[in-house]
Design a protein. Sequence first.
Length: 306
Amino acid sequence: MSTGQPASKHPVVLTTGSTETANEEVVDSNVTVVNAMYEELLDAPEIAPNALRSYYVDFYLTQALAGGFAQYVFTVPEREEIDAYVREGLDGMGAAAHLELFNRTVAAFDALSEDDADAYLDGDTDVLAGVDSEDTDGDSTDDDGGSASAEADRSAEAVRELEELDEEFESLLETEDILALNAAWLRSQEGLLLLDDEQLELHIAERVAQIPNLAERQAEAAEEALENAPEFELIIRELCDVAGQELRKITMGDPNYEHNGETTLAWHFTTNHGDFIMVEDDEEAYMISPSTKEIVAAVEFEEADA
């Protein structure tokens, strides 16, 4: 196995007892820990590099098994960065054949035209040949027909090459098991830290406390969460602001709530003042006390062209 990767100031962390379990549970333990660190706003430089390499190799394996390299490309957030983690991880755990195949597959995909890449990602190889493949009578007088047909054939062949590499990936797993290599690599990490759930929570909290710009990260995370929040959550938050209350938790949606004699969808939520319900009509949304049916706050919807 490669030893060219520099040592990290952060240890790889696994849960207590996980190293003595099946390979899948060892790898899953690392995934769980890394996810917990990300959720608490630790960035990549604050997580053990080999933990991230193992994490993204497992991500690559999971996506490739589910939908080939196309699914990996479709779901990966930043390919340049994640490809590097996958390469380094495969190298570190001794998966030399998979590393070579990964490099060939990346090169083949990156060589595709934009249209060919879209066809591969859509799983639509046949569409590349178009109607040209049906012109078999030799009577076409289109001067561009030959070149168009040749280009379609070239495109289809390029995408078929990617599909063949996907098949090679699955066959290679029979002789070079990424999961087993990943688990063995994690077990062998120098300075490996084994923690129970309570110790892990404390360990992550200690790391988070050392983040110099923690408040800034928290603000950015909150803003991003709002941008990605569903519409009903945004409405509930606005109602809470109007009522001067702090949203604690949205608990459930009730599609059979009776409001003004009609059945409608209601969202149950909790604030620092207790439990409430949000319902909408065509023009307004209401924050209602479930016990008294009192309307605590209301917001009007803006016109679409406003």
